[in-house]
Design a protein. Structure first.
Length: 505
C-alpha cells in the first residue's frame, strides 16, 4: 500500500485540482510532498527502530500512514491535503526498511530467498497497478477513495502485526545493552543533515524538469544544499559512534555492490513504469486504464517466476551471481526491444516486451537481496535494510527524473535534425501538403484554412515521431546502463547460500 501511494494519485491529479479548485501545477505538490517526506524518513528508520523498538516503530508507522490516509481522503483544501501527505510520507517511509529487516531476521539464510521472492512481487506489482487502480477508482467513484482504500488494509496490518510480529531476542538484547551504555543518544546533527539533504535532493529531482533545472534559482539552490548537506552528513556519520545511517556497512564489498544494484533496479523499474503509460496515452491514445494494463504481463511474470528463482537458489541449483547475470542480460534485451518500437506497434508487442522485462526482474531482486546480506552479522541487518531501501528509493527518483528530462531533450534534438531535413522545398512533402489542402478545401475549408490545417497535420506527425524517438533513446540508455553492471557481478565475493550460514554471517 505504501508503494502504491507513490503512483496511484498520478492519474487523479486533474480531478483533485478540479475538486479543490486549484491549478494542476499546484496539485502536483501532492506527489512531491509525499516523496520528500518518504525520502527524509527512510534512511533514519533503522535508528528509530533501535530507539523505540522495531515492532513499536513499525506499528506507529502503519498507524500514522492509516490515519493520514483518512485525512487525505476527507481533505477540504489543498493545504490540508499537502500536510496530510507529508505525514503520510513520514509514516510510509519507515515501513519498507523495517519490513525487510523483519524478513531477514525471521527467516534463516537458507530460506531468505523465498521470503524475498514474495516481497519482490509486492515491490514490483504495486507501482505497476497504481495508475490502473487510481484511474479505475477515479472514473467509477471519487478521487478521495484513492486514499481511503488504505484504511482497511492499515487496520488489518495493525491487528496482524500486534499478534504475530515480535522483536528477535538478539535485537532486544542489543537495545538493552545500548541503553545501558548510553548508545541510543539522539544524533540530532545527523538527523538534520540527512533530513535537509534528502528533502533538497528529492525536490531537485522531482521538480527539476518542471522548473527548467539550473535555469531556476530555486532548483540551483536545492542542488547546492543537497550536495553540501549530504557531504557534511557523510563526514559526520562516519565519525559518530552511533550514527543515524551506518555508512560503514558499505565497506563490506558484497553489501556495497548489492546497494549499487538496488539503485539500478530502482532506475529501470520506476523509469519504465512511469514512461510506458505516458507513451501509450500521449502517442497511441490509450486510456489510463488500458495503458496500465500493458504493465500487467510484467507483474504476472514476476509473480510466477520470482518463487522459481528463489527455489533455484535455495536448492543450490544456481548461484545468485549466475542468476543475476542472466537477469541483467534479459533486462538489457527487453530495453533494446522497446527501443525499436514505432507508432504502428500494437498492444501485444508492448505487453510482450514488458513480460520480457518482467522475466529479467523476476530473477533480479531475489539474488541481490541474498547477496546484500550474505556477509553481514545479524546485528547489522536492521541498519543494512535502511541503506538498501534508500538506494532503491533514490534509484527510482533518479530514473524518473532521467527519463523526464532526457525524453524532452532528445525529442528536441530529433525534431531539429528531422525538421532540418524536411525543408519547405522538399518535393514529396510539398506534394502531400497540397493534396491534403485540396482535400480539405473540397470539404468546406477556405483555401487559407485548408493550407494551414495541412501544414499543422504534418507538423503533428513530425512531433509524434520525434517524441517517440526521444522515448526510445531513454530505453536505450536504461538498457546500456543495466548492461554496464555486468562486469560488477564478477567482483562479488563467494559465499555459502544454502544450509547453515558461515560464521561470518
Amino acid at each position: 500500500m505504501e508503494l502504491l501511494d507513490t503512483s496511484i494519485a498520478n492519474v487523479s491529479l486533474p480531478y483533485i485540482a478540479g475538486g479543490l479548485g486549484r491549478s494542476f501545477d499546484e496539485v502536483t505538490w501532492i506527489l512531491t510532498t509525499y516523496l520528500v517526506a518518504n525520502a527524509v524518513v527512510l534512511p533514519m528508520s533503522a535508528f528509530f527502530s533501535r530507539v523505540f523498538g522495531r515492532r513499536n516503530y513499525y506499528m506507529a508507522c502503519v498507524a500514522l500512514f492509516t490515519i493520514t490516509s483518512f485525512c487525505c481522503g476527507i481533505a477540504p483544501s489543498l493545504n490540508f491535503l499537502l500536510i496530510a501527505r507529508i505525514l503520510q510520507g513520514i509514516g510510509g517511509g519507515g515501513l519498507a526498511p523495517v519490513e525487510q529487516a523483519i524478513l531477514v531476521d525471521t527467516f534463516p539464510p537458507a530460506k531468505r530467498a523465498s521470503a524475498f521472492a514474495l516481497y519482490t512481487v509486492a515491490i514490483v506489482t504495486a507501482p505497476a497497478i497504481g495508475p490502473v487502480l487510481g484511474g479505475w477508482i477515479t472514473d467509477n467513484y471519487n478521487w478521495r477513495w484513492v486514499f481511503l482504500i488504505n484504511i482497511p488494509i492499515g487496520i488489518l496490518s495493525l491487528y496482524l502485526t500486534s499478534r504475530f510480529v515480535h522483536d528477535p531476542p538478539a535485537f532486544v538484547e542489543e537495545r538493552k545493552a545500548a541503553r545501558k551504555s548510553g548508545g541510543l543518544r539522539i544524533d540530532t546533527v545527523g538527523i538534520l543533515l540527512v533530513g535537509i539533504g534528502s528533502a533538497a535532493l528529492e525536490i531537485f529531482l522531482d521538480r527539476g524538469q518542471i522548473d527548467d533545472w539550473f535555469g531556476s534559482p530555486l532548483i540551483s539552490w536545492l542542488f547546492a544544499i543537497a550536495i553540501v548537506a549530504w557531504s557534511a552528513a557523510v563526514y559526520w556519520e562516519l565519525k559518530h559512534p552511533d550514527p543515524i545511517i551506518e555508512l560503514r556497512l558499505l565497506a563490506n564489498r558484497n553489501f556495497a555492490i548489492a546497494s549499487a544494484f538496488y539503485f539500478i533496479f530502482g532506475v529501470g523499474l520506476f523509469a519504465t513504469t512511469t514512461m510506458i503509460p505516458q507513451i501509450l496515452q500521449s502517442l497511441y491514445g490509450y486510456r489510463a486504464i488500458d495503458a496500465g494494463l500493458v504493465l500487467g504481463p510484467g507483474a504476472f511474470v514476476i509473480t510466477l517466476l520470482a518463487p522459481v528463482g528463489a527455489q533455484l537458489i535455495q536448492r543450490g541449483l544456481v548461484h545468485p551471481k549466475k542468476l543475476l547475470l542472466f537477469s541483467l542480460v534479459v533486462v538489457f534485451l527487453s530495453m533494446m526491444d522497446y527501443s525499436h518500437f514505432t507508432l504502428q506497434t500494437d498492444y501485444n508487442h508492448y505487453a510482450l516486451a514488458r513480460a520480457l522485462q518482467g522475466l529479467g526482474y523476476a530473477f533480479f531482486f531475489v539474488p541481490i537481496s541474498v547477496i546484500a546480506y550474505s556477509q553481514l552479522r545479524p546485528d547489522q541487518n536492521n541498519r543494512a535494510s535502511s541503506l538498501t531501501n534508500l538506494a532503491r528509493n533514490w534509484g527510482g527518483s533518479f530514473g524518473i527524473a532521467l527519463v523526464t528530462a532526457l525524453s524532452e531533450r532528445r525529442q528536441n534534438f530529433h525534431q531539429s535534425v528531422t525538421g532540418g531535413a524536411l525543408t519547405t522545398s522538399t518535393g514529396g512533402l510539398q506534394q502531400s501538403i497540397r493534396a491534403t489542402a485540396a482535400y480539405l478545401a473540397a470539404h468546406g475549408y477556405s483555401q487559407a484554412d485548408a493550407l494551414r490545417a495541412a501544414y499543422l497535420r504534418y507538423y503533428n506527425q513530425l512531433e509524434q515521431q520525434t517524441r517517440l524517438l526521444g522515448f526510445m533513446d531513454c530505453f536505450r540508455v536504461i538498457g546500456w546502463l543495466t548492461l554496464a553492471m555486468v562486469p560488477v557481478v564478477f567482483f562479488i565475493r563467494s559465499f555459502k547460500v544454502a544450509g547453515k550460514a558461515p560464521a561470518g554471517h
